[in-house]
Design a binder for this molecule. Structure first.
Ligand SMILES: [Zn+2]
Length: 227
């Protein structure tokens, strides 16, 4: 489950479609990636946002303190990334608030799952998930959307986005989570003008913490270069 869903005050006609969109969108990604993948992620609905957006804690949202955060826009027309491998589809279908909200949730939370898995952030997987969501839950719109189905859907099948994490990845992710933790701690310390931090039981200066971060980053590169 996501950590928190924030919907600002919106006109009543918007509230229901947004809530339903969020329910459907989250259900889809929970089933695909597991509920536990999203427990640290906040969903923030922004009616004034032009697009959805995802901010991991490595690239935090400048104004929003809680990261990671997925920004959900409120639109009525559906636009998808052009991906040849997914076939040919129409842009700008007027599917309404609910479906736009749901696909936006699917898209941005897929970025979160990618981030948790291996920090890649391709738009093929996000777009494939949006299309799959529409095919599954809104066949009427799916038929309207697809001009041409993908030619080599077998290839797509083979390129299944695995949710399995290799041991090597696991080590990298552990290091990343330490780097993350330290990055956030440094930010906090700098904000409150502190020059030391406690790390693994010892008090360290920010300077030596930065060296530790660098060491972790070097370790990541080393693991990457192993065969
Ligand atoms: Zn994206």
């Amino acid at each position: 489950m996501v950590k928190q869903v924030i919907i600002p005050k919106v006109p009543q006609y918007l509230e229901e479609p947004l809530k339903e969109g969020i329910r459907m969108g989250t259900e889809f990604v929970y089933e695909k990636y597991g509920k536990e993948t999203f427990t640290d992620c906040v969903l923030l609905v922004r009616p004034d946002a032009r697009n959805g957006c995802y901010y991991s804690n490595l690239s935090p949202h400048p104004k929003f303190e809680t990261n990671p955060v997925a920004i959900i826009s409120c639109r009525t027309h559906l636009y998808l990334y052009e991906k040849k491998r997914l076939g040919k589809y129409k842009q700008g279908l007027c599917v309404g608030y609910e479906i736009c909200c749901a696909t936006c949730v699917v898209h941005e939370l897929t970025h979160h799952a990618q981030f948790k898995r291996d920090r890649s952030s391709g738009e093929l997987e996000t777009t494939a998930n949006e299309i799959e969501f529409i095919r599954k839950h809104h066949p009427y719109w799916y038929d309207m959307l697809m001009i041409e189905e993908p030619k080599n859907s077998k290839k797509m099948e083979r390129k299944k986005f695995s949710s399995q994490v290799s041991p090597k990845r696991k080590r990298i992710l552990e290091l990343y989570s330490k780097i993350n933790e330290l990055d956030q701690a440094i930010l906090k310390a700098e904000k409150s003008k502190l020059y030391t931090l406690r790390w693994e039981g010892k008090v360290e200066t920010l300077h030596s913490i930065q060296r530790i971060v660098q060491k972790y980053k070097d370790d990541v590169n080393e693991i990457r270069n192993e065969n």
